[in-house]
Design a protein around this ligand. Structure first.
Ligand SMILES: Cc1cc2nc3c(=O)[nH]c(=O)nc-3n(C[C@H](O)[C@H](O)[C@H](O)COP(=O)(O)O)c2cc1C
Length: 379
């Protein structure tokens, strides 16, 4: 069965099966950006169930780009914490991949302190209460690319098998590609081709830091929902350019991989939605066709059973990333593998006190999960 077969990436590293733990922010790290004991345990227990790869929570590359109280790869002081995390992620011998990000205009003001919020352009996001950032100078853009490069070097020193660039979900790399967030008129914006320059420069810098033998992945949002956002056609062009850079995989971020056009999502704040005749095309199939085997394709969103994973592979994915199902049931993969899907936990227990201890979820992560009604199923 394809889902249990190994996959060799371009760089030569191999995953034992097609299941990865999706990047899952805990919002529960130590204030200095080191991993807290309970979040290391959260990861260790889930990785131990046999995932071919575990992708870390989004890890900040610059102090003034933090969107949660998460882990950092911003200076040498983070190295030993990253090392411990990589070891926990390899609990069952799977690959350990560090996801790196910058928050740009959706950095959290209470976390970035006295730093001013900077982004591609001085355009606020649609989140309620969002602040208007200031536009980065071209030196600051160069310096942010260098921060991604340095974070990748730290990941390498910390023994990670690779790095995933967070180019999705409206964080800074996504913002540079988005015509809604990027109104620049220099090398970094103005035309679709120029809006690709930052994502491509980050991918090149990360590959350069890691060398040819470690994994470089890139996570992309396949379309924006708004009429003035980027389309699946635009994302195809970006994925084509990324594929020329010998990436190991491109991960397609959706809340349901079966989605064939933008829809309103609970966790994103929308402007007027695009309603014009958008062709109904599955983004996994469309992007896999463009990538054409030059990089592996990872799908995510709504995988809760083995059949769901097989469905994503039939649509063109090589791998699937599993998020909420593995938050709710740390032994999810073991149950899938032993064909005990009937015993998979369907939601978080009603009593919140039970959640942290029984499921190894950091208490502050429980608060974070419950802060968005409907995000995580409850029993
Ligand atoms: C608690 C939580 C934290 C998340 N943190 C991240 C993150 O750090 N980086 C990221 O790219 N996606 C993040 N996501 C999105 C997931 O990786 C995944 O794409 C999404 O939950 C859809 O997959 P699922 O239906 O299997 O949960 C997070 C999701 C959840 C539920």
């Amino acid at each position: 069965m394809a889902v249990w077969s190994p996959l060799r990436f371009n760089c030569g590293r191999e995953t034992a099966n097609r299941f990865a733990i999706a990047p899952l922010t805990t919002d529960a790290s130590n204030e200095d950006g080191t991993a807290a004991e309970d979040e290391i345990e959260f990861v260790r227990r889930r990785s131990a169930s046999g995932f071919g790869a575990t992708i870390s929570s989004a890890t900040y590359v610059a102090q003034d780009g933090r969107s949660w109280q998460g882990i950092g790869a911003a200076h040498q002081g983070h190295l030993s914490s990253l090392h411990r995390l990589a070891e926990a992620m390899r609990a069952a011998g799977g690959l350990a991949i560090l996801q790196i990000y910058d928050g740009g205009r959706i950095a959290r003001p209470d976390l970035i302190g006295e730093h001013s919020m900077r982004a591609p352009s001085a355009v606020a996001s649609l989140r309620p209460g969002a602040r208007t950032p200031r536009a980065m100078t071209s030196d600051e853009v160069d310096s942010l690319i260098a921060s991604f490069r340095d974070a990748a070097s730290l990941a390498r020193a910390a023994s990670f098998d690779g790095v995933e660039i967070h180019g999705a979900n409206h964080y800074a790399v996504h913002q540079f590609f988005s015509p809604r967030a990027n109104h620049r008129a220099d090398h970094w914006g103005g035309t679709l081709a120029k809006r690709m320059n930052f994502p491509l420069a980050v991918a090149e810098a990360v590959r350069d830091a890691l060398g040819p033998k470690l994994i470089v992945g890139y996570r992309v949002t396949p379309f924006e929902a708004e009429a003035d956002g980027y389309t699946l056609e635009d994302a195809k062009l970006l994925c084509n350019e990324l594929s020329r850079l010998n990436l190991d995989y491109i991960s397609i971020s959706l809340d349901d991989y079966r989605k064939i056009r933008p829809q309103r999502e609970t966790r994103v704040y929308h402007g007027p939605l695009e309603t014009n005749n958008i062709p109904a095309e599955n983004p996994v199939t469309a992007l896999a066709r463009v990538i054409a085997g030059r990089s592996a394709v990872m799908a995510s969103g709504g995988v809760g059973t083995c059949r769901d994973a097989e469905g994503a592979i039939e649509l063109g994915a090589d791998l699937v990333a599993v998020g909420r199902a593995v938050v709710v049931d740390p032994e999810w993969l073991a149950k899938v593998r032993s064909k005990n899907e009937a015993t998979i936990l369907a939601g978080l227990p009603k009593d919140e006190r039970e959640v942290a201890a029984a499921l190894s979820i950091p208490p502050r992560m429980v608060e974070y999960l419950l802060s968005r009604p409907g995000w995580i199923p409850r029993l």
